[in-house]
Ligand binder design. Structure first.
Ligand code: MGD
Ligand code: MGD
Ligand code: SF4
Ligand code: MO
Length: 865
């Protein structure tokens, strides 16, 4: 067996080291890299399931033009010609690149060089605009540069860790586990600020269910409290400007606006102000707001005023979402940045980069930010667009409008690994990219650690890396300086440019890596050229013109009032086992078991008022679009503030694209959209029938509602419709493309129809229909696929085979019923006891917060005691 290859996880910004070793049977064994400083061998469930998502079945393996496979030469020539022609006819601002925080640094570098240095326009923006832009803008206002001051270790060294607008347990699981381990070791106090009770609240000492959008008020109140209680750091304050103005603005904030009880508020203020070592971690609950930059600065103000920054166990900590969100910021991927933390609007910086690149024409003003960029596509100011490694037809606000704009654009190229994503379907030219495991490069994680992603398997068909595609087009457009032989050359050029930037005062100077062995490169944290990798700003030296940190006056405001009394404010975000638009995680059956259908988490009082029964379907709509989602009643959300996940696409559900409902309302400073507060109306979807189906073959339903999930050996489908088909057996046989069915069990008076299709005695497909949501053991039916199971139409396991229920622990495949049963019958009291008894929670640990929730169910406790 070959030795394991050391690489880095392609999902979240924690940036865990991964070992990939061939399993000798054509697959790969994936494990955590014990030597990687981010994870020390741990992986979360998404990382652990990587081996199940690297198959090449269904991949895009050759370039396509208008759907037909063509040679690379033709596709590249076509992009170069169309870009060149469009620029000649309409100027450099009429073309654009829309890229991704999942590109490798080398890919990003080439895209940025091509656009800003050679095409001469800054119309290159990235999905990081939807993600990190408010943090970037807040950092630049406060520090004079987009620098994350702290390290992961600070979460372990702190006495108080505040998680605001971050569902760390699900979105940065390994970092969350590090935090929980530190808590167990030294009693760290954890405070979660989130309008919703999330898995992250398990293990927290205090959950502040804040009024949606009220975070700036809360941190303003904190600043006032710190001043009033004489907790400001008089030694650090000389390094900071703007205290008086910031305090004056903060005085306008009132406790009422936060929606918190006086007790909770007092506890928060006391914990934060009473401990020197405080880390405030923040993420999309802060950034994705129409006043996100102000919210960031309200947080930074408190850390600046108390000097709690850049020293062990202290600091504000913006955790990055995507694996290379940080690398993209360093390389200048955003429309308003230049490479290596240099400033696009600074003539000296521009000249230095232009000289280094020997470029004919430098962009001299910021380009269009994502929302405006797609508006410009819509009104034809942009006529040629190239989208790489992102799926904007799903993930952009006003997604229907964005999809229409892409579809109507004169020329669109898309680089992806699949031929049929919602965005890829709209491309004129489709380029096959190499995927994780097939490509080489570097990424930077949330704590500025640069790690290698390494190839460990061959690319399928003609797939080529993103950097190569960009460099080939650049050369065909007649540009010099794009003839690298591999990512190592690009990295070397980037390292050299960072030296130029360093000489101009940029903190991003990795020229110390010059001449290092790219192949063998170990994870390395910058700054590396001058200091040993460490923290920033603890010494009071900032990157502003006067060298001092800036406190920013924040006039906190709440989201604008809802337009109608019947409206609700829709919160959106992530679930534990899916990654964004599911193009990779959706392939792994075990990752689909946790939550396999688009849903609406809604407070029981709202559900009652709106007439939404449990597990029925809700129609969620506003003037922008519409979605149909499964109703999940839950007291974890506040009344009037339901939550829906962002992951479902046109490929995985009939109407689950949540961004169809999200307005393109942006923060005025950062241009980041407010993705967490869409105004919507909700009513019951009047289904005449509900269905559940399993099939060994992939099928495409054409009823009003469907949601599809990969399962072991096939797919499962949730279905519903407004009209009852005349003949169920023939409807089912059309759906599955099978003749039959072989067995039918029906009670037409009750609207119950069950039918099974056997192929050589083995279950090939089955459909269960009812007038109300179909109650049956889904895992049982899935397990029956491909089996000789004549009793399958009973819909539940025979008495001698217990039903495990929905999966909680995806690694060891332990179901809810099994866990509940063990808790009550064996009297289990702790998560660890569940682990000993069933294995659940002992592998990646991602489900441990949910196990804790199960243990806390009051009726269960009684039963167990
Ligand atoms: N499993 C999984 N992990 C991921 C990803 C994924 O797709 N799946 N994506 C990665 C990426 S790119 C990103 S950016 C990160 C995002 O990581 P997070 O930001 O942690 O994730 P979200 O679920 O988007 O939002 C976090 C929380 O913000 C809360 N929130 C909403 N409104 C408010 C508010 O007004 N105030 C406060 N305080 N909180 C609010 C939501 O209820 C939600 O629980 O996750 C990364 N990790
Ligand atoms: N409502 C709502 N919307 C949101 C958010 C939210 O919280 N709520 N969060 C926002 C945030 S923070 C983010 S980061 C975005 C993420 O949104 P997207 O970036 O659109 O989501 P992904 O599914 O990660 O898209 C990545 C695409 O790249 C393809 N791909 C995979 N590997 C490769 C490769 O090696 N090369 C190339 N060229 N392509 C590849 C995948 O198949 C997929 O189509 O969503 C944003 N949208
Ligand atoms: S926490 Fe999970 S998703 Fe994030 S990098 Fe680590 S293994 Fe990957
Ligand atoms: Mo993100």
């Amino acid at each position: 067996m070959n030795a394991a290859i050391r690489t880095t996880c392609p999902y979240c910004g924690v940036g865990c080291g991964v070992l990939a070793a061939p399993d000798g049977q054509g697959g790969m064994t994936i494990s955590g890299d014990a030597d990687h400083p981010a994870n020390r061998g741990r992986l979360c469930v998404k990382g652990a399931a990587l081996g199940e998502t690297i198959g090449t079945k269904g991949r895009l393996t050759a370039p396509r033009v208008n759907g037909d496979e063509v040679a690379w030469d033709k596709a590249l020539e076509m992009i170069a010609t169309r870009f060149t022609q469009t620029i000649a006819d309409h100027g450099p601002e009429s073309v654009a690149l829309y890229v991704s925080g999942q590109l490798l640094t080398e890919d990003y570098y080439v895209a940025n060089k091509l656009m800003k240095g050679f095409i001469g326009s800054a119309n290159i923006d990235t999905n990081s605009r939807l993600c990190m832009a408010s943090s970037v803008a807040g950092h630049r206002r406060a520090f004079g540069s987009d620098t994350v001051p702290g390290l992961y270790e600070d979460l372990e060294l702190a006495d108080v860790v505040v998680l605001v607008g971050s569902n760390l347990a699900w979105c940065h699981p390994v970092l969350h586990q590090r935090l929980l381990a530190a808590k167990a070791a030294r009693g760290t106090k954890i405070i979660v600020i989130d309008p919703r009770r999330t898995a992250t609240c398990e293990g927290a000492d205090l959950h502040l269910a804040i009024a949606p959008g009220a975070d700036a008020h809360l941190f303003n109140l904190l600043l006032c409290h710190l001043a009033d209680e004489d907790r400001l750091d008089q030694d650090f304050l000389p390094h900071v400007t703007g205290l008086a103005e910031a305090l004056q603005a903060a005085r306008q904030s009132t406790a009422d606006s936060t929606g918190l009880s006086p007790d909770d508020l007092r506890r928060f203020l006391a914990l934060w102000s009473g401990h020197e070592r405080v880390v405030t971690v923040y993420s999309q609950g802060i950034n994705q707001s129409d006043s996100g930059t102000d919210k960031v600065n309200a947080i930074l103000n408190c850390h600046l005023a108390t000097g709690r920054i850049g020293r062990p166990g202290t600091g504000p900590f913006s955790v990055t979402g995507q694996p290379n969100a940080m690398g993209g910021r360093e390389v200048g991927g955003l429309a308003n940045m230049l490479a290596c933390h240099l400033d696009l609007e600074n003539p000296d910086h521009r000249t230095a980069v232009q000289t280094f690149w020997r470029s004919p024409r430098m962009a001299d003003k910021p380009g269009l930010k994502a929302i405006d960029l797609f508006r410009a596509v819509e009104d034809r100011r942009i006529r040629a667009l190239w989208i790489l490694h992102t799926n904007p037809a799903v993930s952009m606000p006003e997604a229907d409008r964005v999809a229409r704009a892409i579809a109507a654009c004169d020329f669109v190229a898309v680089s992806d690994i699949w031929p049929d994503t919602d965005t890829a379907r709209l491309a004129h030219v489709l380029l096959p990219a190499t995927a994780w495991g097939e490509k080489d490069g570097t990424v930077t994680n949330s704590e500025r650690m640069i790690s290698r992603q390494r190839a460990f398997m061959p690319a399928p068909g003609q797939a080529r890396p993103d950097w190569w595609q960009l460099a080939q087009v650049a050369q065909r457009m007649g540009f010099a300086g794009f003839d690298w032989s591999g990512p190592q050359d690009i990295f070397a050029e980037y390292v050299a440019l960072s030296g130029v930037a360093g000489a101009l005062g940029s903190d991003f100077d990795i020229s110390g890596l010059a001449g290092s062995d790219y192949g063998a490169m170990e994870p390395v944290r910058w700054p590396v050229a001058t200091k040993s990798g460490g923290r920033f700003f603890g010494d009071g030296a900032f990157h502003t013109p006067d060298g001092r940190g800036r406190m920013v006056p924040v006039a906190a405001r709440l989201p604008s009032a809802l337009g109608a009394e019947t409206s609700l404010r829709l919160n959106t975000g992530r679930i534990r086992d899916q990654w964004h638009t599911m193009t990779r995680t959706g392939m792994a059956a075990r990752l689909m078991q946790h939550l396999g259908e688009p849903y609406l988490e809604i407070h029981p009082s709202d559900a009652l008022r709106l007439g939404l029964g449990d597990a029925t379907l809700a129609e969620v709509f506003n003037p922008l679009g519409r979605a149909i989602l499964r109703v999940l009643k839950s007291e974890a959300v506040q009344p009037g503030h339901p939550f829906a996940p962002m992951h479902w696409t046109g490929q995985t559900a009939s109407s689950g694209r949540i961004d169809a409902l999200v307005p393109g309302l942006c923060d005025p400073v950062s241009g980041q959209p407010a993705s967490k507060s869409a105004e919507v109306t909700i009513r019951p979807y009047q289904a005449a029938w509900y269905g559940f189906a399993v099939s060994r073959k992939d099928v495409q339903p054409d009823c009003a509602y469907w949601a599809k999930a990969t399962v072991d050996g096939g797919v499962q489908l949730e279905l519903a419709g407004g009209e009852i088909p005349e003949d169920w057996p023939s409807w089912a046989s059309r759906l599955f493309g099978l003749s039959g069915p072989s067995a039918v069990l029906a009670d037409p008076a009750l609207g119950v129809h069950r039918m099974a299709f056997f192929d050589q005695g083995r279950l090939a497909a089955a459909l269960f229909v009812a007038r109300s949501p179909v109650l049956l053991s889904r895992p049982h039916l899935v397990q029956a696929l491909g089996e000789r199971d004549a009793t399958v139409l009973a819909g539940r396991p025979a008495a001698d085979r217990p039903d495990p229920g929905p999966t909680v622990c995806a690694c060891l495949n332990v179901g809810l019923n099994t866990i509940l049963q063990a808790i009550t019958s064996d009297g289990l009291m702790t998560v660890d006891a569940i682990g000993v008894a069933l294995g659940a929670g002992t592998n990646c640990g991602s489900c441990r917060p949910e196990l804790a929730t199960l243990l806390a169910r009051p009726n269960l406790r009684e039963a167990a005691e």
